[in-house]
Design a protein around this ligand. Structure first.
Ligand SMILES: [Fe+2]
Length: 211
């Protein structure tokens, strides 16, 4: 399969002032595109039965990849999955928090939405170097916060990601320099909670009513 960077649902200046145009342009047009190019180049070198597997399945069991290409596909394949979600869950500012079942579930799991944000931010600040922090759902439908280094996907830990923050400096340095905490505070303003809720409903449905 030949992977592509997904279309953006908004213009690169649409998340101003929280994430500036320059940051989004470089992130989308260069960093994500570079991951996709390198992923496709590496998959070309792999046997056909691997190339035809869904990328999520490959990343969930990276041991299927021949050793010489394994770390590259882990990096660039994980990077493609992580960033494909990233562009989906961002939107111009319009909502400040989730609603309905997702909000109830977050409140139950973390003792309130503000508490959830505080725990999420602490874990994101504790991620040393590059990586991501996630809100994900496990195979029993329980939600939790987790963090992964580099471009590792939460799928590798058995979590389906609902929401994630990119903690690579390329995601914020042009805007916030070393101030990761300011970036996290701003990022809450540009989350598309309706999309996060859709993912929550979809994953829960597959757990409650497996095919
Ligand atoms: Fe990134």
């Amino acid at each position: 399969m030949n992977y592509k960077v997904p279309n953006l649902r908004f213009t690169c200046n649409a998340l101003e002032p929280f994430l500036n145009e320059h940051t989004l342009q470089y992130h989308y047009q260069h960093h994500h595109q570079d991951y996709v190019t390198r992923l496709n180049d590496l998959l070309e070198l792999c046997p056909t039965q691997i190339r035809n597997k869904p990328l999520e399945d490959i990343i969930a069991d990276i041991s299927v990849i021949p050793g010489e290409y394994r770390q590259g596909i882990r990096n660039y394949g994980g990077g493609h999955l992580n960033h494909s979600l990233w562009w989906q869950i961002l939107s111009p500012p319009h909502t400040t928090h989730p609603q309905g079942e997702l909000l109830k579930t977050i409140n139950f799991a973390f003792g309130g939405f503000d508490n959830f944000k505080a725990i999420f931010k602490r874990i994101a600040l504790e991620r040393f170097g590059s990586g991501w922090t996630w809100l994900g759902m496990d195979h029993l439908g329980k939600i939790d916060i987790t963090s992964t280094p580099n471009e590792d996907s939460p799928i590798m830990l058995g979590f389906r990601p609902l929401l994630g923050i990119d903690l690579w400096e390329h995601a914020y340095y042009l805007n916030y320099q070393h101030r990761r905490g300011d970036y996290i505070n701003a990022w809450w303003h540009v989350i598309d909670w309706s999309r996060v809720s859709q993912l929550f409903d979809m994953y829960r449905e597959t757990i409650l009513h497996p095919k």
